[in-house]
Design a protein around this ligand. Sequence first.
Ligand code: ATP
Ligand code: ZN
Length: 284
Amino acid sequence: MKLRIAIQKSGRLHEDSIKLLKECGIDINNGVNKLKTEATNFPLEVFFLRDDDIPQYVEDGVADLGIVGENVVLEKNCPLQTVEKLGFGKCRLAMAVPKSMEYNSIRDLHGKRIATSYPVIVNDFLGKMGIEAEIHEISGSVEIAPGIGLAEAICDLVSSGSTLFMNGLKEVETVLRSEAILVANNKLTDEQKVLLRKLVFRIQAVKKAKNNKYVLLNAPNDKLSEIIGLLPGMKSPTVLPLAEAGWSSVHSVLNENDFWDIIESLKAAGAEGILVVPIEKMVI
Ligand code: ATP
Ligand code: ZN
């Protein structure tokens, strides 16, 4: 019994997908031009496919799992189970219009032609907003559509916005926020479900580790309680005596989001020699 997972063959999600599997301790050799490969130390077969094909393959049960952008899954409208958000491939599907166009609200898209590779999502969005517009489906280089007179607006994936800017466009509405997700076929066997739980357990440990840092610092003993009060820690911080009398070493785990605020307060409270170390896996 094994699981078959479909990942992008090449493109924006390929490397991060492979990296995630490797960080989960799964050994795969991703030879170029390979269609599939077998993991050596986990019952997992990896298929390399175009991202657009992944939802259908998983729905049909040709693959049991897939790593693909949420945007693609929604566009293909396949009945799949979203197992886990993966934290990479972050982008947004956004409406953009030429910089020179006056834009005050979504009403300004009424009656316009909108070029996109995401007709299903765009149609749904416009319907909800009560806007009638003409959708022109094109498969690539959507950003050039206004320049060549094909459409007045576009709806495309954006991460930094630099492609829009270079094409004389401005972003005006966010239609969807997306990231890579792990999806599963709805008809996994019980044995496959056990394997999937194992895989998800590992993915969660990797994700948590990425969001946290291990912090070590030295504190004068008379400031210990104040410093410990600033540290959330997994349970409570570890406190060890230093060789120098009157000082202790404090170890704890900090969430990335609170990181800078807490470090500043720690310094202000008298902490010295603060070391911040990445965590590889975290199981709580
Ligand atoms: P394929 O050859 O597999 O069909 P593609 O050209 O359709 O590849 P990519 O451009 O590699 O796809 O993008 C794959 C996914 O990466 C997107 O569906 C989206 O979820 C995500 N992504 C993240 N940032 C961006 C971005 N700035 N532009 C496009 N996609 C992005
Ligand atoms: Zn694609």
